[in-house]
Design a binder for this molecule. Structure first.
Ligand SMILES: [Zn+2]
Length: 280
């Protein structure tokens, strides 16, 4: 159960006509809600039945329409709440094709990560703790989801936070998932650091199309923020590559000069090495 304090914190923020964003407590996951005439689209469902139920309750304050769900990528905090929405009647769950594969292969092993926040989900016991996987996927081509009166566009811009990051565009807002991170360092565990900066530049190139840019966590940001995030990442790639050339056996020497915290800098170097031969 959500406490009274948590309930009062759950406030939708309007990001243009029909588009809304809700930050849930904890890691400030941003859930998007796009309301059309006939259907509404929910972007990211939280890390289990507790958070999922909070999100659904907030959704139902704004609309009674049938729901379509989009998961921006294969990390637990973005799709472990899916079962709550399936129980509410949703049958259409969208993700990028790589994210869908990743979820099918690695959803179970992510359960222990929610042991504190969602003990039932971690144990896989109880109501709405099933792993509900995508039923529809997006590949190279964008997909338009008709909500009645207008469509939301689901599309992929390249490698970044993961290999299956999906963006959701509405007439006014762009939901960028964890490709854009506000209030915390970018998370590099499953990332493609060298290509991520380029993908951020592609987001930046869309700046005139959307009035609002919603990151996966934290406050909505402007184009300067995305531009800075891209520049910082490109510089970090260069710094890490130089350090690796100078000290091939100990690239961790680069950690203090990188613009991220020690944990994320370590991941950055590891993933840069692991992914450097992969074409964009
Ligand atoms: Zn993530």
């Amino acid at each position: 159960m959500a406490t009274k304090a948590e309930k009062t914190m759950l406030q939708w923020r309007n990001v243009g006509s029909g588009s809304h964003v809700l930050a849930t407590p904890g890691e400030l996951l941003n859930t998007g809600l796009v309301v059309g005439r006939d259907r509404a689209l929910v972007v990211d469902t939280g890390c289990g039945p507790r958070q999922g139920a909070q999100i659904l309750a907030a959704v139902r304050q704004l609309t009674e329409l049938p729901l379509i769900v989009v998961n921006t990528h294969a990390h637990y905090d973005h799709f472990f709440g899916n079962a709550v929405f399936a129980a509410d009647g949703a049958t259409e769950f969208w993700a990028h094709e790589n994210a869908a594969k990743d979820m099918a292969a690695h959803a179970e092993v992510q359960r222990p990560l929610v042991s504190k926040l969602e003990p039932e989900m971690a144990a896989g016991v109880g109501e709405n703790t099933a792993l509900v996987l995508p039923t529809a996927v997006v590949g190279e081509q964008p997909v338009l989801v008709d909500l009645g009166g207008f469509s939301a566009t689901l599309f992929h811009l390249g490698l970044g936070h993961t290999d299956g990051d999906l963006l959701v565009g509405t007439p006014t807002a762009l939901f960028a998932g964890d490709l854009v991170e506000h209030g915390a360092y970018p998370a590099f565990e499953d990332s493609y650091p060298a290509q991520w900066a380029q993908t951020l530049r592609q987001i930046s190139a869309l700046r005139h199309r959307y009035e609002f840019l919603v990151p996966g966590h934290g406050e909505p940001v402007d184009d300067d923020f995305v531009h800075t995030m891209a520049t910082t990442m490109s510089t970090a790639v260069r710094q890490a590559q130089e350090a690796t050339r100078e000290m091939p056996d100990d690239a961790t020497k680069a950690i203090p000069v990188l613009p991220y915290g020690p944990v994320q800098s370590r991941w950055f170097i590891t993933r840069l090495k692991e992914t450097s031969s992969r074409p964009n």
